[in-house]
Write a new protein. Sequence first.
Lengths: 162, 162
Amino acid sequence: MGRDETSDMVRVLAQGKFDVLHPGHVHYLTESAAVGDELYVVVARDSRVSGRSDLYMDEESRRQVVEALGVVDVAVLGSEGSVFESVERIQPDVITVGFDQDWDVEELRDQLAAHGFPDVEVVRIGPMEGEGVSSSSDVRGVIKRREGPEAMESLVDPPEDG
Amino acid sequence: MGRDETSDMVRVLAQGKFDVLHPGHVHYLTESAAVGDELYVVVARDSRVSGRSDLYMDEESRRQVVEALGVVDVAVLGSEGSVFESVERIQPDVITVGFDQDWDVEELRDQLAAHGFPDVEVVRIGPMEGEGVSSSSDVRGVIKRREGPEAMESLVDPPEDG
């Protein structure tokens, strides 16, 4: 591994929305960090989040919270365009996908190759075990119980969601 | 300073609810850490949060997210009783209070003295400057705009709120 020929450091890219930070996010990022030596996190732009009117925090606030996590080296805002622009900018060796994210790993590998990144590995991180809210769906479950089913309509998982 | 005679480390205790983590929380905890050498965070128990039916996450989930922050050394759940039980357990040199928390600093100092902790300092942390959601009220502002004024009724700041 190692796209950057000047360094043996393995750079990992994780991505997500990270609106209401929960233990499942912490698990995903901790496991992502363990895959390599430095962890970059791409935080989805407001404009790229489906159901963005339901975001609790703006993109810069979400980025700041993610960057404050101990396992995160750098958190950046994503591209307004394709995710491959962020890949071009960050030049990761590995991209990690959360267990409940709508990426198909094989398809993502193919797309990376098609966009000129044939050497980037894709790793799916497994679900959290143990106590605590493990996914945004769980947080949304609380919202649904509180506000009624209609509150869920626009809370559909976007691909960017972590 | 230094209640623990075996150590010159200055132990800081911060406290709050930390339900939807935002940059204001990060600011409060970063500034709290800067006051001393190690930062303990007491996360309010579900049972001690007024408007607890509006919590998005249970106490253990909130604790895990706080402990994942880089500036936090230890995050523990608070006492089911008085905050002074946590003070007794953690033995801090300094307690920090957020700029928007309902503690009166002088009154807290008096109460600490009355409970046998006359040497614990109390420091109020100032508000965040710069971009980003700076307080839970801001997050609630978003909720209010989305859900209507009646959604705010039970979202009154409790003393435990960070």
